[in-house]
Design a protein around this ligand. Structure first.
Ligand code: CTP
Length: 412
């Protein structure tokens, strides 16, 4: 995956075209008339489209058609009719990706060599995002050796070429050179994004939330965890293409994506059993749950009456889920959390080793806005040979940071 593709995926909210910002560049070929339909398809998918036309493209399709369909201004040159400058850099940085369709032999030759004599090419050269090109021309032009050389060069620069198809051409000849149909352009783009998602097809097991350990039928030992951090990780991993099993303790959080496989548990023992049954078929486990370390030895079967002035509870240790996975892991990547109040870094590093983990996420309760119940968190990501600290952020952003560290360090 090239760097532009990674940036675009990080920038985007999910793997569909919903909400994506698309710059569509149209050059001067007869297939330009099909771009009206292409704009409609993008808009129907919930994308925002801004169109650039080269001068010769305006002879094949009008700016008015495209501005009406895209509901956005259409760009045809470096300046507007009332002498304002069109900012190609701003437009390029607005885009999540760019598509040039149809791309003529002339424009492809300029793209291959870096020529920049119109607004479309200036935007292309400024675009640090994925760029797709859909060539269209007559069959002899498409078969010309300079064209295939230019297309290879363009692909080598990290762009995606959507091959022209075979069929009847404007010249009346039949051969290869027809622009891919708009529906196929859209699915080519969707497949490209989908296949390049950083967690594509990875099976991910996440624990989150507190556990409750019964004292009697109405009382329990628990903690203040809400499960927000683990749920944010699960939602984000899903958007990045993972297949997610979330083992969640008692949590009131509602914002759990419907495609997450949710396993609700109450006690540490239930969490242990569920996690153990899922671990073998997992590529990576992230254990963020705040598991109760102890449980009442003999929970009462009836409600305990307040007869005495003192009540003594005998507690026994719960099994350590993370440590048991660490002792049994094979191919799996194992990541734990450490919530510390003192000697944070040293304690986290010692847990990393002791529990045989690949990485540990440290949050310190000394940091304001970090830990249980808040919308924000401040974490450090620690492996056996590196550590990186992040500033206080929204938990959804923290989830992105953690998953980025994981894919950059373990899946590149
Ligand atoms: N954990 C677990 N099972 C337990 C206890 C903890 O899976 N019974 C996991 C947590 O989900 C977390 C990590 O272990 O990923 C660290 O939990 P933490 O409570 O910080 O550490 P402990 O191992 O319990 O050690 P201590 O309480 O002594 O700090």
């Amino acid at each position: 995956m090239n760097i532009y593709m990674r940036q675009a995926i990080r920038k985007s909210k999910d793997m569909s075209l919903q909400g994506k910002n698309i710059v569509l560049g149209i050059t001067g070929g007869i297939a330009a008339y099909k771009t009206a339909h292409l704009v409609r398809l993008f808009v129907k998918k919930g994308a925002n489209v801004k169109v650039i036309l080269t001068q010769s493209a305006t002879e094949f399709i009008t700016p008015l058609t495209l501005s009406t369909l895209s509901k956005n201004e259409v760009y045809t040159s470096f300046s507007t009719t009332d002498a304002r400058w069109n900012n190609h850099v701003e437009l390029a940085s607005w885009a999540d990706f760019m598509i040039i369709a149809p791309a003529t032999a002339n424009t492809l030759a300029k793209m291959a060599t870096g020529l920049c004599d119109n607004f479309l090419l200036a935007t292309y050269l400024s675009a640090n995002v994925p760029v797709f090109v859909a060539p269209a021309m007559d069959l002899d032009m498409y078969a010309h050796p300079t064209l295939s050389k230019n297309l290879s060069q363009i692909a080598e620069h990290g762009n995606h070429v959507i091959p022209a198809t075979f069929g009847e051409l404007a010249s009346g000849l039949v051969g290869q050179g027809r622009m891919a149909e708009p529906e196929n352009i859209v699915s080519f783009i969707e497949n490209t994004f989908d296949n390049n998602l950083p967690m594509k097809g990875k099976r991910l097991l996440i624990t989150a939330g507190p556990t409750y350990e019964a004292i009697d039928p109405v009382r329990f030992i628990g903690n203040f965890s809400t499960g927000k951090m683990g749920i944010a990780l699960a939602n984000e991993a899903l958007q990045q293409g993972a297949i997610v099993d979330l083992v969640l303790g008692p949590s009131a959080e509602k914002n759990i994506h419907k495609n997450i496989r949710l396993h609700r548990v109450i006690t540490a023992d239930e969490m242990y059993e569920k996690v153990a049954s899922l671990f073998e078929n997992t590529d990576m486990a992230i254990l963020s749950a705040a598991v109760a370390d102890y449980k009442p030895k003999n929970p009462a079967s009836e409600k305990i009456k307040k007869n005495d002035n003192e009540l003594h509870l005998e507690l026994v240790k719960n099994r350590d889920i993370l440590a048991s996975l660490g002792a049994n892991k094979k191919h799996q990547l194992l990541i734990g959390f450490a919530l510390e109040t003192e000697n944070e870094l040293a304690n986290a590093k010692s847990k990393l080793k002791r529990k045989n983990l690949d990485a540990i996420v440290l949050n310190s309760l000394k940091d304001k806005g970090a830990g249980f119940g808040t919308e924000t968190n401040k974490v450090a990501f620690i492996t056996h040979d590196a550590e990186v600290s992040f500033p206080l952020k929204d938990k959804n952003e923290v989830a992105k940071d953690i998953l980025r560290e994981i894919s950059d360090r373990f899946y590149k």
